[in-house]
Ligand binder design. Sequence first.
Ligand code: F6P
Length: 470
Amino acid sequence: MLSAKSNRSRLVVVSNRLPGMKAVGGEERLRPIGGLATAVEAALSQRESGGVWIGWSGKITSGNDRSGIKEIAAKPIRLLGLDLTENDVAAYYNGFCNKALWPILHGFPGLATLSRSQLDVYRSVNRFFASEIMSQLNEGDLVWIHDYHLFYLGHELRKLGWKGKIGFFLHVPFPSMESLEILPDYRELLSLMSAFDLVGFQTKIYRDNYARACELSLGSQLKGNILVGGESKQIADVFPVGIDVDKFLPSDGDRASGKGRITLGTPFQNLDIVLGVDRLDYTKGLPERTIAFETLLKTHPKIKRAVTMIQVCSPSRTKVSEYVEQKKRMDSLVGRINGELSEHDWEPIRYLYRTYSQEELIDFYRYSKVGLVTPLRDGMNLVAKEFVAAQYPDDPGVLTLSKFAGAAEQMTEAILVNPYIPEDTADGIALALEMPKGERIERHQALLKKVQDYSVQRWTNEFVSALISG
Ligand code: F6P
């Protein structure tokens, strides 16, 4: 548990993305989108000594100059934002982050576009973040940097003289050496990462990939959870990110009141719902999943008219060509399958290209018999955990989960499938749909216990404690 001392140091969180804000009943609330923002919001909210969250404001300046740090919100968490130029957004965010690092880290080198000039802008944005953050830091602060957009930030802060603790958490996978070495200057990247006192990963496999890369490139060695030799001593450990479980658990009154925000009307009556909730990203395996669902309908004629799939896809990185392609692919795939298999009174797939609030998603989770979470590769995947936490324990839905989601390392009582093989996923869905209630309850209890044990509160506490004591 977090010691009293550790909870007194101010936490300075830095990430590329900040949460949006929304007004609820005259009060400003955070609107986090994506796993990182959701987890960091929960982490900061529980700190007695408060904290500050610094990131890109999401704004683009009109000229060639970046604009310095500004307060975006004072409550419930202090948010400070930086504005980037159009060139930064093109070369750093849409470019090096999402066209080079994202595919390489997720093991899709064939989709990567590599460019030294984009790497230069990436470095320069990291340097800019460092100079702005330095003006905000006080002695004793704990700096906690998040994700692949800011690999060089620790090093840049050290260059400017910051001597305090710096932790780094990678929300996405860390790949094996064969994938990593495709990146330009990957050795330098590993060497500059030694500026972090602590590096955290979602799973043991990702931590071990990092340690092996440091061993091969820098000559370091992992002893326990410490990387020694090489250029410095660093803790490299596993901190599986979790959710704020209480927000998802059903209360006694929930089912009785029947008051959801989303009401599924007549078309869904008497149908078992298979649910997917994802950002529209090629790593999420959406076309593969859709084809698997089609396979299920074709190979299990009895199931066909008794089931429907709801696929929520939130728009993401819409300026990056691979995402535009993925959207086109989904549009045409769903159109074709619905055209070929629909009946006048039944449709196989309801495809919702939009973002829903957490409360609305909870309704979707509870209506569904199967939670289908089948990324081709994923750092963790919090939808898997949210789905489990939201179920009614006396009649829970079943989680069908990709072996290649970080969550699979913990959630072994889910039905685990290989998302690249449509028949595998189709069989996994069929198994979930046909599972007797007793087994559903048993699996759900085991999964819920793990989700509760590894909550987001535990994630923060363990990371911050390790940072302080390391
Ligand atoms: O997985 C990394 C991550 O930062 C997630 O936390 C989040 O879901 C997603 O990427 C958001 O991406 P972006 O900030 O590019 O919209």
